[in-house]
Design a binder for this molecule. Structure first.
Ligand code: TMP
Length: 221
């Protein structure tokens, strides 16, 4: 059996790309191999960041200024890194995080057109330089993903966290362009996953990617 040391893995993708299902499946896969796994998400992951999440995603907050939005993501991240991510990694756990710094570059940078340099500076402040070992980018046509996300929201009874899903299609296409550009700039960290397949096929691609990444990091085996 493969013994895996502490790893920081992030999941990214446009709306409805299936991240939530897949992150849970990977958590089970790694736990079955003896790994202690922490499953978390951004924005959120702890009390303060969950409160910021509620402000960010509330569809009633349509008037939110885009710099206010950016700063709230950075604030939520700083708290999450300090309170959850760093302690878990220091304790030798593997952390699976649903979205991280790349989401801010893709959504606030490519989507909202805020300067990428400003976002990189805030990301660096919020993370203190903490970078994922592997980033799995779940890629599928934006129209398909949005359809999935909107029908999930329509059938959910929870709080209305759909401020982003309600953005126009061009916004989501720009976010996708951003993600693809980030992935091609950092091929060592990113793995592009074809998410336009059955959940089981996507799951197998992800498991293979994670195992391959581990094989190329001999100290982690
Ligand atoms: P989720 O739907 O994957 O939980 O993500 C919440 C929303 O927040 C999603 O629409 C993407 C958006 N988001 C940003 O715009 N910037 C960020 O930095 C993060 C982490 C998420």
């Amino acid at each position: 059996m493969v013994f895996i040391m502490s790893l920081f893995i992030t999941f990214e993708g446009t709306e409805g790309s299936g991240k939530t299902t897949q992150i849970q499946r990977l958590a089970r896969f790694l736990t079955d191999r003896g790994q202690e796994v922490v499953l978390t998400r951004e924005p959120g992951g702890c009390t303060i960041s969950d409160a910021i999440r509620a402000i960010l995603l509330d569809n009633a907050h349509r008037e939110m200024d885009e710099n206010a939005e950016l700063l709230l993501y950075a604030a939520a991240r700083a708290q999450h890194v300090a309170q959850v991510l760093r302690p878990a990694l220091a304790a030798g756990k593997t952390v699976l995080c649903d979205r991280f710094t790349d989401a801010t570059l893709a959504y606030q940078g490519w989507g909202r057109k805020l300067p990428l340099e400003r976002i990189r500076a805030l990301n660096a402040m919020a993370t203190g330089g903490l970078t994922p070992d592997i980033t799995l980018l779940l890629d599928l046509p934006v129209e398909k993903g949005l359809k999935r996300a909107l029908s999930r929201i329509a059938s959910s009874s929870g709080p209305r966290e759909d401020r982003f899903e309600r953005e126009r299609l061009e916004f989501h296409s720009e976010v996708q362009r951003g993600y693809r550009s980030l992935a091609s700039d950092e091929p060592g960290r990113f793995r592009l996953i074809d998410a336009d397949r059955s959940p089981e096929e996507v799951e197998r691609q992800i498991e293979q990617c994670v195992l391959q990444s581990l094989e190329s990091r001999p100290h982690a085996l």
